[in-house]
Design a binder for this molecule. Structure first.
Ligand code: FES
Length: 358
């Protein structure tokens, strides 16, 4: 019996006799039986294809867990087109993405090749549900269950259940990262120290990692109202260690802004500016977006992610938005050659708030 014949079991008129209710086969769309409707071998082949995708999905979930446990997060590999990437991220992305894709692809294949493809139209009706309707809905559900083949194709049913059962495992495994940090360090230790120290030369964050020889920034290079994104000079020593380089950049990135010293209302430490040049962390204290939107007349620094706004003329205090803490300020001075340098590390952890912060 073709799927078109199946349509004959649909009621021509709704059971409770209301003319506009119910659903009817669409008479003017010619139905073309699929190969799987007429050829049992093709149907078996499609069944095996679908089950194969679900099995492959299960396999990829297992590989995800293996990759998570065995691949060192600091391992970097070269991939054509992408360049240098973290091996762990790549493996986790490919395995988890593949597992999700295969469940979706298997479900689509199942629907397209094995489920009934009778064209029906359901007309609108009022929103109340008479008893007849609820009974009809229950009957339709039972019929749909039967027609979908959920009971008829035990291999598909079992492999789908297996794939969906394993599917949450990557999420649970990844939750570990919420309470574990590399090398057992806690967030306080990680975010409390950066590469800044007394005498560390401040260099512009442009082409620095490409090996250019940038000697530093002189105060006269920053005009009043100007902003410069900057990094510690020592970061170029990490040029060949991609992971350490990125971590260090994430913590040590700063902005330098210059204003009339008369306009500075307060700072986080006595004399932490140099002739009106102030250095602040570039990492938002809300959830860590880098910030460089500076309005020089008001001295407001605006985070583009959730619009937290900080007043750089008043200790970097939060004046708007969800950030709970001011932007940490870096004390600066000039060295013997006239270049801007840090006077110490930050005195408070940089970056977003976290539970252990005092
Ligand atoms: S990350 Fe800056 S406001 Fe949310």
């Amino acid at each position: 019996m073709s799927k078109r014949d199946d349509a004959s079991i649909l009621p021509a008129n709704p059971p409770h006799g209301e003319p506009k209710l119910g659903y009817l086969p669409v008479a003017d769309i010619p139905h073309k039986p699929r190969v799987t409707d007429t050829d049992p071998k093709a149907a078996r082949r499609a069944e095996r294809q679908v089950a194969g995708m679900f099995i492959l999905s299960m396999l990829l979930v297992v590989l995800f867990v293996v990759a998570f446990v065995t691949i060192d997060v600091t391992t970097v590999i070269y991939v054509p087109v992408l360049g240098e990437v973290g091996a762990s991220n790549l493996a986790l992305g490919l395995t988890f993405g593949g597992a999700v894709f295969l469940i979706g692809a298997g479900a689509i294949q199942w629907a397209k090749k094995l489920m009934p493809d009778v064209e029906v139209v359901q007309e609108r009706h009022n929103m109340t549900s008479p008893k007849d309707d609820t009974e009809e809905a229950a009957a339709t559900y039972e019929r749909g269950k039967e027609e979908s083949g959920f009971a008829r194709y035990p291999i598909i049913r079992r492999t789908l259940i297996g794939a969906l059962a394993l599917f949450p495992i990557p999420l649970i495994v990844m939750l570990r990262d919420l309470w574990q940090t590399p090398a057992g360090a806690n967030p306080v230790e990680i975010l409390s120290s950066t590469s800044w120290r007394d005498g560390e030369r401040i260099v512009p964050d442009i082409g620095h990692n490409t090996g250019e020889n940038v000697p530093g920034i002189r105060p006269e290079e920053i005009p009043v109202g100007g902003l410069v994104s900057a990094l510690p000079m020592s970061i170029k020593d990490l040029k060949d260690d991609v992971v350490a380089n990125m971590r260090d950049r994430g913590k040590s990135a700063i902005i330098l802004v210059r204003m009339d010293p008369e306009e500075i209302r307060s700072q986080q430490g006595e004399g932490w500016d140099y002739q009106g040049i102030l250095a602040y962390s570039k990492i938002c204290t809300h959830v860590g977006c880098p910030i460089a939107l500076y309005e020089h007349r008001t001295h407001h620094l605006l985070c583009p992610c959730h619009q937290s706004t900080f007043d750089l003329a008043d200790s970097g205090d939060v004046i708007f938005g969800p950030a709970a803490r001011r932007m940490p300020q870096l004390p600066i001075r000039v060295d013997g050659e006239g270049y801007l340098v840090a006077a110490s590390d930050f005195e408070e952890p940089v970056g977003p708030s976290f539970w252990e912060r005092g």
